[in-house]
Design a protein around this ligand. Structure first.
Ligand code: NAD
Length: 313
């Protein structure tokens, strides 16, 4: 197989490249990334030494360049991780979120149609469903309505709808996956877990939005990679798959867990809540479990390994 992976230098993208090269040594990976602030440039430099990995520093919104890459490389599968991904930044400046996450997706979809790609897989998020109350509420299924709260999640929901439209209108063979919060190596320090580790290391108080009771479901990044692998092998064309970690936790509880692994007495400070802050995300992942996938990493083990990795970095 020849896979084109966009956003290959980002947190999940770089983990996915490593995962795939380890498990599918016969495949060739074509990585595309324009290397924003969120990209992992050092590990990418190492990866390009692998003969099965070809890298293009390209913006997915650049139609001419994307066309040239498809024409040259002729990938049969495309997995689109490329995105602006930080909710706080989307609240400050939504423009780039709409450009990359929606229009960039359209450029890729058009190229897939033009070059007869056999599978386009869109990496989406549980945030497209909006939130649930803390106390109750059935976990979201793939047919739950889309009710995104932030410019980020709205741009992801818009991209999902566009992908579905290309399936229905043009017959493009697509799949979509919506995962919960990922954790693991190579995540940018602005995100919740690495940010806590960084601040604790610098002896600065940990900042928690609102009352810290907001609940997130946490998925180890390698379990996310194996779920995408499963969907590419066994997923049905035109379908959406939720990928949850079966591991819901209030932010404050998670912050305390990290501080306990770090064995630090550093304090926690509650700050003004994020605008439109979703209360709880919860996914029903029965559909992908029926394909034979489940999250394999125990949270306490995955979290401890993750914390140790950031301390060494
Ligand atoms: N991190 C999570 O917890 C999580 C959860 C659910 C879904 N997702 C989705 O997974 C995908 C990857 O997320 P992530 O956490 O790895 O994000 P990230 O911000 O760490 O990485 C995004 C990567 O995309 C690249 N990129 C951005 N704009 C680009 C453009 N115009 N052209 C080419 N490359 C571009 C960046 O340089 C970066 O390397 C995103 O689509 C995100 O919405 C993430």
């Amino acid at each position: 197989m020849k896979l084109l992976i966009t956003g290959c230098a980002g947190f999940i993208g770089i983990n996915f490249i490593k995962y795939w090269l380890n498990r599918h040594a016969e495949d060739t990976l074509v990585g595309v990334d324009c290397l924003t602030y969120a990209a992992n440039k050092k590990p990418l430099q190492k990866l390009v030494q692998n003969p099965n990995f070809i890298f293009y520093k390209t913006d997915i919104c650049d139609r001419t360049e994307i066309d040239r890459i498809f024409q040259t490389e002729k990938p049969n599968t495309v997995v689109n991780f490329a995105a602006e991904s930080h909710v706080d930044r989307s609240i400050q400046n939504p423009d780039i979120f709409l450009k990359t996450n929606v229009l960039g997706t359209q450029v890729l979809l058009d190229a897939c149609l033009r070059y007869g790609v056999e599978r386009y897989h869109q990496i989406s998020t549980d945030e497209v469903y909006g939130d649930l109350p803390l106390e109750s509420g059935e976990p979201f299924t793939e047919s739950s309505p889309l009710k995104p709260s932030s410019p980020y999640s709205t741009s992801k929901a818009a991209a999902d709808l566009l992908v579905l439209a290309y399936y229905k209108t043009y017959g493009l063979p697509i799949t979509i996956s919506r995962s919960s919060n990922n954790y693991g190596k190579y995540q940018h320090a602005e995100k919740f877990i690495p940010n806590i580790i960084k601040r604790a290391g610098e002896g600065i108080k940990i900042l928690i939005y609102g009352d810290g009771k907001n609940v997130r479901d946490w998925l180890y990044v390698n379990d996310h990679c194996s779920a995408i692998d499963m969907i590419l092998q066994k997923g049905k064309i035109g379908e959406i798959y939720n990928i949850g970690g079966d591991n819901e936790m209030p932010n404050l509880v998670l912050a305390k867990k990290i501080l306990s692994i770090l064995k630090t007495e550093i304090g926690i400070q509650f700050v003004e809540d994020r605008k439109g802050h979703d209360r709880r995300y919860s996914l029903n992942s029965q559909k992908i479990k029926k394909l034979g996938w489940k999250p394999r990493t125990l949270f306490d083990e995955g979290l401890t390994d993750t914390v140790k990795w950031y301390l060494k970095e």
